[in-house]
Design a protein around this ligand. Structure first.
Ligand SMILES: [Zn+2]
Length: 304
């Protein structure tokens, strides 16, 4: 009996022991990852990819709606100067225009050294030069009804850029325009003053010019018999008597040199100057006197 009891107790102990041990047995569902996992073998290196020929990127075309709009239609470049009447010039949109009497007083103050050019608000300025005001979509109309032929314009903004002028030169030139207009009015064919390149807003040298750097020299068409088309002129087509009168007046206002291949009209021969005059107003006693004594006359040249 004792043996049976001993065996029963032994069996019960064994069963309890086995249950306790089973709690410490490895249960694969109990641990998601054992704390010490042997490192995976390094991945085998892939063989190098076979190089492909480069693909040329397709040039991107902007969608139609993002392209810049076509520029507005403008009058033809060779607008005859005489076809534009005084009344027409007043109707033209004016860029950088303001009352000219005040503008002139400011200019004279700069020439006299009473004002610095940087302090002017009445003139557009660049490189120590002032911009002659122009009218018209192309900037074809200059001060006092003058005609600005073949204006150079900025490709992006359309702004006229070839009319930057030394302040003293601007003063003397405008005095010449005013006095010439009194003597030979625009309404009379062959009288309108047509000017082209002076100096560029930003470029020291432009259009191959070597002497249009400092805003003191202006290219002008000679006066032409009967009319003044903005077409290339040759010396035989010019009106010598009227051109000579214009050159005489320019020289009286201190113009020097006057390059133009008609000595009988008062020009100095210079290669390439058969179809235009090259007139400079540099600082000298005459130009300074002319500028100091110039009084803007709005009844002749308009208010701006
Ligand atoms: Zn020139």
């Amino acid at each position: 009996m004792k043996t049976f009891a001993t065996m029963l107790a032994g069996l019960m102990l064994f069963a309890l022991n086995a249950q306790a041990q089973s709690q410490f047995m490895f249960d694969p569902n109990q641990f998601s990852r054992p704390s010490s996992v042997p490192e995976a073998p390094p991945p085998q290196e892939r063989p190098p990819a076979i190089p492909r020929p480069p693909v040329k990127p397709k040039p991107e075309r902007p969608p139609p709606e993002s392209r810049p709009p076509a520029p507005p239609r403008l009058p033809p470049v060779n607008t005859p100067a005489d076809a534009i009447t005084e009344a027409d010039t007043r109707k033209q949109p004016c860029t950088s225009c303001s009352p000219m009497e005040k503008n002139l007083r400011d200019l004279q103050a700069v020439v006299k050294g009473q004002l610095r050019i940087g302090d002017l608000s009445s003139w557009k300025r660049s490189r120590g030069l002032v911009q002659l005001p122009t009218r018209g979509e192309r900037g074809n109309i200059g001060p006092c009804g003058s005609f600005h032929y073949n204006p150079d314009r900025d490709k992006k903004s359309g702004e006229v850029v070839d009319n930057y002028t030394n302040p003293l030169t601007a003063c003397a030139f405008m005095s010449l325009l005013q006095d010439w207009k009194k003597r030979c009015p625009d309404s009379q064919k062959g009288c309108r003053v047509a000017w082209g390149d002076i100096s560029h807003k930003t470029a020291q040298r432009f259009n191959g010019h070597s002497s249009h750097k400092d805003g003191t020299c202006i290219d002008l068409r000679p006066m032409r018999n009967g009319s003044f088309d903005n077409a290339p002129l040759n010396y035989p087509n010019s009106d010598r008597a009227t051109t000579a009168a214009f050159i005489k007046m320019a020289k009286a206002k201190g113009a020097s040199p006057v390059l133009y291949n008609d000595p009988k009209a008062g020009g100095q021969y210079w290669d390439g100057h058969s179809n235009h005059m090259h007139i400079c107003f540099k600082a000298n006693k005459k130009t300074k006197d002319v500028c100091a004594n110039y009084k803007y006359d709005a009844s002749v040249c308009g208010p701006n």
